[in-house]
Design a protein around this ligand. Structure first.
Ligand SMILES: [Zn+2]
Length: 122
């Protein structure tokens, strides 16, 4: 029962000190979700033949990893460059973005497959 609508609306707009405190505590207790896209390591140093390898390790630290070779990926795909010089940069950016997206998709797929096999339910 709302007997004073204006007071009620004022309470809706402005959280009480207790509500603000509860909100801050909830924010502090928040733990980020496990990401499916781990940060890569670069286990081999140039001029090692595998120098461009980006290694995505299991976020749970079980020792599993997925290697990607972005340097070979770039070389393997034909570069399509438009004749219009104003569009070259956009075309190169679009192709780099597409490669990055494909790499992310492969890594996320590999991590998801690994989780299904090694850490079901996580
Ligand atoms: Zn694992």
């Amino acid at each position: 029962m709302i007997d004073d609508p204006e007071a009620f609306l004022a309470r809706l707009r402005k959280p009480t000190a207790a509500e603000q405190l509860a909100e801050r505590e909830a924010a502090a207790a928040w733990v980020p979700e496990l990401t499916t896209m781990p940060m890569p390591d670069f286990p081999y140093r140039w001029p090692h033949p595998l120098g461009g390898t980006a290694r995505f390790s299991c976020p749970l630290g079980c020792g599993w990893y997925h290697d990607e070779r972005p340097d070979l990926d770039a070389a393997a795909q034909p570069l399509v460059v438009p004749l219009d010089p104003d569009r070259i940069e956009d075309a190169l950016t679009a192709q780099a973005d597409a490669r990055a997206e494909a790499l992310c998709a492969r890594v996320e797929r590999a991590v998801a497959d690994h989780f299904e096999q090694a850490h079901p339910g996580r």
